[in-house]
Unconditional design. Structure first.
Length: 276
């Protein structure tokens, strides 16, 4: 059975993301793992040993998680698990995802607006960058769970990560959504119908022949802004990408575009590492 990991710190951002995780759990008939991480005092991993304050925080977190679990009346409780652990958030999330063979991590983002907040949000990006499974990041401003349109950023010079496409097919099927393939280029004159792209276009069209799909060419020197603007103007409900698998992402993104999309997108972002 598919397992979904939902790290939760009881902030507005994580509670908002949990609402999405719940809907995904129902749609995929999955197991939802609600996880809270108690961080070491003073940033030293040895300082939480036998510390009564940490013990109290763990007990309090367990009670809060159980309360949340019991409030989810529309999910069969045997398919909700709670977990409280102590350590550093990124390390614990990645380790738990691997140990429990998690298929999907759902995390909230706040929609950072300055460099300080961007630094704080780096934990989310570190999970996206290093997770060995799919990750969906949910911006705080995204309140309505209704996935009808999904946009996948593609490099039509290469075939897409087949695992990402498989996960996308699950989303499309369960939510009866349509998909838009966004080819981002610096060249104003590149056509999706050109010989260089025809094989990739035909390959994607074949993989998604049972779903409503469209190909869109975007020309922009700022990839993240271009994708975000397209999402806003066209009522896209979720963005998807596998950043490390593309030449265009390696050359144009240089790590920053993926980060910007994850931390600044107005809609949920689904990512999957290339070597998944």
């Amino acid at each position: 059975m598919l397992r979904i990991l939902m790290p939760i710190d009881f902030s507005d951002s994580s509670l908002n993301a949990m609402a999405y995780a719940v809907q995904m759990t129902k749609a995929f008939h999955a197991t939802l793992v609600l996880m809270h991480i108690v961080e070491p005092i003073g940033g030293d991993a040895t300082m939480f040993v036998d510390d009564h304050i940490i013990t109290e925080e763990r007990e309090d977190a367990l009670k809060k998680l159980e309360k949340l679990k019991n409030e989810l009346d529309d999910i069969n409780n045997p398919y909700i698990e709670t977990l409280v652990c102590t350590g550093f958030p990124v390390d614990k999330i990645l380790a738990t995802a691997k140990e429990q063979q998690v298929s999907l991590i759902v995390m909230g983002t706040t929609g950072t607006t300055n460099k300080f907040e961007d630094f704080l949000g780096s934990n989310t990006y570190k999970v996206v960058k290093n997770a060995n499974c799919a990750v969906v990041t949910i911006p705080l401003e995204s309140k309505k769970f209704d996935i009808r349109k999904i946009a996948l950023a593609v490099d039509l010079h290469k075939k897409e990560n087949i695992h990402l496409l498989t996960i996308l097919r699950h989303f499309l099927r369960h939510f009866k959504a349509e998909i838009f393939f966004l080819h981002v280029t610096k060249n104003d004159h590149v056509s999706l119908e050109s010989d260089a792209h025809s094989d990739a276009v035909l390959w994607l069209a074949e993989k998604f022949r049972e779903f409503e799909h469209s190909f869109v060419n975007l020309s922009s020197k700022n990839v993240a802004n271009s994708i975000n603007e397209y999402a806003l103007k066209n009522d896209i409900d979720m963005l998807a990408l596998s950043p490390e698998s593309h030449n265009i992402f390696g050359l144009m993104f240089k790590g920053s575009t993926t980060r910007n999309l994850v931390l600044h997108s107005h809609v949920p972002v689904l990512t999957l590492p290339a070597d998944y």
